[in-house]
Design a protein around this ligand. Structure first.
Ligand code: FES
Length: 133
């Protein structure tokens, strides 16, 4: 990501192109993988916001044959996160760029606290993520 974007804290991950590809109901996110090509590629990601979600959520393909979900709010000053390809880490989009491992633990940067991850269950062409408010 360019320095300009990082200076202004603009993250690289976009909401899903197909806004109908996911739902949130009863504390659970359901994602239709047939409608989210962003997640097909290693380190591809979508950010889920609104639809009454209690928190912003980053969902990404970890490049490890698994999908991951994490609260999309850096514990330093709340900026959004992006997967950092080929490093098994997630990085804050601010210029200070705290990084976290896939368990949400702080790896580097000014952040002091971990970020909460969420369990992702895959069933056929769907992902299910339980979100506890
Ligand atoms: S908000 Fe993430 S490092 Fe400051």
């Amino acid at each position: 990501m360019g320095v300009f974007k990082r200076l202004f804290g603009i993250c690289g991950t976009r909401p899903p192109a197909d806004n109908q590809s996911w739902t949130y109901e009863g504390g659970r996110i359901e994602i239709d993988l047939n409608r989210t090509p962003e997640l097909f590629v290693p380190f591809g990601a979508i950010r889920l916001e609104k639809k009454a979600l209690p928190e912003r959520i980053l969902v990404f393909n970890g490049g490890d044959q698994q999908f991951h979900a994490i609260y999309n709010r850096c514990s330093h000053m709340g900026r959004r996160l992006d997967p950092l390809p080929d490093t098994q880490t997630i990085r804050c989009c601010s210029v200070l760029g705290s990084t976290y491992d896939y368990s949400g633990g702080v790896m580097s940067g000014p952040a002091k606290e971990s970020v909460k991850t969420l369990p992702v269950m895959k069933s056929e062409d769907r992902l299910y993520i339980s979100v506890k408010a």
